[in-house]
Design a protein around this ligand. Structure first.
Ligand code: CO
Length: 218
């Protein structure tokens, strides 16, 4: 079935009406302010919609998405989003959510040339190269890519913890927990990667334990 842009506008009208019927004050409450307790950093992949996966309504999760859910220390867009979430919105949790079968991670794995995006995926290749020896042992390509998807999430989880935003927040006693998650396209389930970081001083230990956990499972 082909969906036209006119269809999208019709669907939007229907959705808006349905929401107002369900809860007449829904939109007026959201206009007043947003109070999300969660920030989501995930892949741009169309099959990984943040709100739906974790059953949250508009207003409940603050979202940043990019190809292969990468957190780069010089990416003003991502850093600004994290800063606004932590300092202004005072979110309590930051979820770094990768997904199995990620096209960006697969491309990084096999050095595919797709254009400008190759430069962005270089960050995933840095993770690949760090664990090159271990990854090389995994014969099946999809399995190897899925392990890299997991390692990438753990790496990005540490990257969030190492931002000045998170360090300053923790230093002043603000409670923010950073979580590393994987989403499965096959069954819609999220699994935790054991990369749950609550404090500056145990970030590296948790990171190393999470990586060791992946390697133990193989
Ligand atoms: Co992806």
């Amino acid at each position: 079935m082909t969906i036209s842009v006119q269809d999208l506008l019709a669907r939007n009208r229907a959705w808006s009406e349905k929401e107002r019927e369900r809860d007449p004050a829904f939109f007026s409450r959201l206009v007043a302010q947003q109070h999300p307790e969660f920030m989501w950093i995930g892949c741009s992949d169309s099959r990984v919609p943040a709100n739906e996966i974790i059953g949250l309504a508009p207003g409940e999760v603050f979202v940043h998405r990019n190809v292969a859910n990468v957190v780069v220390h010089s990416d003003l867009n991502c850093l600004s989003t994290v800063q606004y979430a932590v300092d202004v919105l005072q979110v309590k949790h930051i979820l770094i959510v990768g997904h199995y079968g990620c096209g960006g991670v697969k491309a990084a794995m096999q050095d595919s040339r797709m254009g400008l995006v190759d430069n962005w995926l270089r960050h995933v290749q840095d993770v690949r190269d760090r664990y090159r020896g271990w990854l090389r042992e995994i014969e099946d390509f999809d399995q190897r890519a899925d392990r890299l998807c997991e390692l990438n999430v753990i790496e990005q989880t540490l990257n969030v913890c190492e931002t000045t935003v998170m360090r300053d927040a923790w230093a002043r006693g603000q409670q923010v927990v950073v979580h590393g998650w994987m989403y499965s396209l096959a069954d819609g389930m999220v699994r935790e990667l054991g990369a749950t970081i609550e404090r500056d001083d145990d970030a590296i230990d948790v990171y190393e334990a999470a990586v060791a956990g992946i390697m133990r499972r193989g």
